[in-house]
Structure formats: C-alpha cells, structure tokens
Design a protein around this ligand. Structure first.
Ligand code: SF4
Length: 257
C-alpha cells in the first residue's frame, strides 16, 4: 500500500486545545468549590453544587479523552472501547476548541485541519476489510476545471477524461477499485448522496472547513478526509493528491496491514 501523503503536522493542535478545555473545566471546578465554601444563601449553594458536579463529570470525560489521545499518539492505536468514545468527545468539543484556538491565535483552518488529522488517525486505528462497493468517494465541484461544461455533478461518467483536472484521475481510480465516486456541489448534496447510497465508509475530498463539518455529519460512518489543494485560491480549480485518495480507499479495502 502507498504511504499516506497527507501532512499530519497539525495533529497536536487539536489535542492541545482539548487539554486547554480540560484545564478550563478544572479551574471552574475549583472556582465553584471556593464559592461553595463561602456562600451562605441555601439556593445559591444548591446551584453551585449542581454546577460543580456537572463540571467534575465533564472534566472526567475530557481526561479520559486526553488519555485516549495520548495512547493514540504513542501507539497509533487507542484501546478499542475508547475509540468511539473519543470520536464522540471530539465532536462535542469541536466548537469550544475552535473558539479557544482563536484566543491562542490558532487559525480556524489550522484547528479544523488538526481535527481532521486526529479523526483520520483514529479511523485508521480501526480494522477494515470492505469491498469497493461499500466505499463512497465524495469530491467537491471545485475540483472540476472551471472552463469545463460537462455535467459531472449529475453523473461523473459525463467526464470525458481529458485530464485538465483531477476528476478524470479520480474517476479512473474509483473504477479500478470499485468505489462510488460522486462530485457534489455542497454539504446538502453530499448528505443526500450518503443517505441514498448508504456506504459503509467514506473518503471525502474538501477544504478543512467542509471536511470537519462533513465528518461530524456522517458519523458513525467511518470517514477519512483528504484535504484539497488551492493553487488558484479557494473554490476554483482546486486539486487533490490522487495518491492520498487511493491510500484512503485502500485502507478501507485492506485495513491496517
Ligand atoms: S477531466 Fe473531466 S471534468 Fe475535468 S476538465 Fe476534463 S472532462 Fe472536464
């Protein structure tokens, strides 16, 4: 199998944001405890107790998530029961992590990219041995050359295969591996396609923003995100590393080996 050519340098960003959220929760727990010790009003004490219990419970979940992330980064494979848990915690944490990232000067796109990297890492720790027909490849419309008038969003078979954009190579790859390829114009069409085809795994090509929201939308279907390249700016004549898409499909076909 070819090596994954997608960069993973941003992998620790999301874990660091996650850790910062956990620290914030513990600070809240200590604040609540302090207030509780000094509060005299009975109703206020009840409110503080409820808030404190909720904060302790959430902080404990975050700690478990951090533990799983640490195991994942050291061994490349977190304990089985923690994988699904961690993916769910990542979704729950996503808005807070993005907001916190802004405070620390981490761009939204970097935080989203790190989230996608972490998702990919966790999904790649699963075992998989699907057939090509179980896998959907979702590609964005902006991959199509903007001078091409062929209606590939209706049916990718309409691509004449001229090679001016990466749709031709993706089409050829999916034909070779038996995966369903669809070119979508947005998240709603992608979701409709997933509902219609009901794939067992998804390989999605998009920008960081669309990948991060798409991964959450299709959960619990395992999905691998492949970031597109934007040499001419966002949403026009974008490109994709077709080898990285092949690597992702092959992972779902053959698993970790
Ligand atoms: S590869 Fe296909 S979609 Fe791309 S420009 Fe050529 S015919 Fe159009």
């Amino acid at each position: 199998m070819k090596k994954n050519t997608q960069p993973t340098k941003r992998l620790p960003v999301f874990a660091a944001l996650y850790a910062a959220c956990a620290c914030g929760l513990f600070a809240l727990v200590f604040f609540v405890l302090y207030m509780l010790l000094h509060a005299e009003n009975e109703t206020f004490r009840v409110v503080l107790t409820v808030l404190g219990v909720a904060a302790v419970f959430t902080a404990a979940l975050f700690l478990l998530g951090l533990f799983a992330m640490t195991v994942s980064s050291r061994r490349g494979r977190p304990p089985g029961t923690l994988r699904r848990f961690l993916l769910r915690r990542m979704f729950a944490l996503y808005p807070a992590a993005i907001a916190l990232g802004r405070v620390f000067g981490i761009s939204k796109s970097d935080a989203q990219g790190s989230y996608v990297d972490m998702n990919n890492r966790l999904v790649r720790s699963l075992k998989s041995s699907l057939s090509g027909g179980d896998i959907a490849v979702l590609a964005p419309h902006c991959l199509q050359k903007n001078t091409c008038n062929l209606r590939v969003t209706q049916d990718v078979a309409n691509c004449a295969g001229c090679g001016d954009c990466d749709i031709a190579a993706l089409k050829q790859l999916c034909e070779k591996l038996g995966a369903h390829l669809v070119v979508v114009t947005g998240g709603t069409l992608a979701r409709n396609h997933v509902k219609a085809v009901r794939p067992k795994a998804i390989v999605a090509v998009a920008c960081e923003r669309d990948l991060s929201s798409g991964i959450m939308d299709v959960f619990p279907i395992p999905s691998l995100g492949v970031k597109n390249e934007r040499p001419e700016g966002p949403c026009v004549n974008t490109r994709v590393d077709v080898a990285a898409v092949e690597d992702a499909i092959c992972f779902f076909l053959r698993g970790r080996a």
